[in-house]
Design a protein around this ligand. Structure first.
Ligand code: NCD
Length: 316
């Protein structure tokens, strides 16, 4: 995987997953995002074309990629995957060949199929860089990086932090990428909290501690990341009634009392108020949910700038 993502100089060529990437690459993205937040920009992508190709709905991810690309001076094209010729039987690789023929430099892809961005990256022409904006339940690396960026800005670093990820871990590409990034960046402890039916088997192999009880799982944590129940990916009934789920796993002010006093509350969105999180917590003083959205711009600028700079430095 690493060789698919990194060029000969160890710089990022595609951003498909955080798995296997060195800590320095992830820290470099966070540092660059810090510079962009401080106002640095420069039209690093002037003359470049960024195509946003989304086969699944998205508000935050698609829009913040677009804002980020424009701030860097790129031309941005938004393609709704569901209106493309792939629906007329054209393969996704044919669609990509067509985008290459239009001189696309960066393809931001969201696909319901796990592994689609990797497949495309393996067949992409050298000048085309792929960013995975979420593939099935597999990975969502820029979301993980914006989450880590939001945490680092608030907490200063990772090595003392206890992070809990709560909810539908089974279907969550956000959880997988986040756990990976937190481990690589050196978080002290990562916990997952969910009913057994929403915990993937073997999750402990990712270096996390699993809990089914909120009180035990939240005890003393510094960061709580809530996840949406992803009904569209569920086969059969994996949770009891919504009321029962909220009673046991919904984040309320009462349950917040189990965590550290200065705990920060995160959620990648879209949020279901009253299902996984109470409105008073989502909108409360511990919540950084909207900061996450804002930080998505700087982090996505950082990733695209890195792809462009790595390419220009390795050009013959
Ligand atoms: C997430 C996604 O699409 O994976 N949202 C996002 O990118 N902001 C999480 C979700 O859909 O629940």
């Amino acid at each position: 995987m690493t060789d698919l993502q990194l060029n000969a100089a160890g710089r990022l060529r595609h951003f498909l997953t955080v798995r296997g990437l060195p800590k320095a690459v992830l820290s470099g993205i966070l540092d660059a995002a810090e510079d962009f937040t401080a106002g640095g920009a420069g039209k690093i992508l002037r003359g470049k074309t960024v195509v946003n190709l989304f086969f699944e709905a998205s508000t935050r991810t698609r829009t913040t990629f677009e804002i980020a690309a424009r701030r860097l001076g790129a031309e941005v094209i938004n393609l709704d995957g569901n209106r493309l010729s792939t629906n007329k039987g054209e393969s996704i690789l044919d669609t990509v060949r067509t985008l290459e023929a239009m001189n696309t430099d960066i393809l931001v892809l969201r696909d319901f199929a796990s592994g689609a961005p990797h497949l495309i990256a393996r067949h992409a022409a050298p000048g085309l860089h792929i960013i995975n904006a979420g593939d099935g339940r597999h990975a969502h690396p820029t979301q993980a990086m914006l989450d880590m960026f939001t945490i680092r800005r608030r907490k200063g670093g990772f090595d003392r932090l206890r992070i809990a990820v709560v909810g539908d871990i089974l279907h969550s590409r956000v959880a997988r990428s986040l756990i990976g990034a937190a481990r690589i960046l050196g978080a002290a402890e990562v916990r997952v909290i969910a009913p057994l039916t929403l915990l993937p088997t073997g999750i402990e192999n990712m270096g996390v501690t699993a809990f089914t009880d909120m009180r035990r799982g939240l005890a003393g944590v510094d960061v709580i990341i809530m996840l949406r129940l992803q009904m569209e990916r569920m086969e059969g009934q994996l949770v009891p009634s919504p009321q029962e789920y909220f009673r046991r796993y919904g984040l309320t002010e009462d349950k917040l009392g189990w965590a550290a006093a200065d705990v920060m509350i995160m959620h990648p969105g879209p949020i279901n108020r009253g299902l996984e999180i109470a409105s008073s917590v989502a909108d409360g003083s511990h919540s950084v949910i909207l900061n996450q959205v804002t930080n998505g711009i700087a982090v996505r600028m950082a990733v695209m700038a890195e792809l462009a700079q790595a390419a220009s430095e390795s050009a013959p």
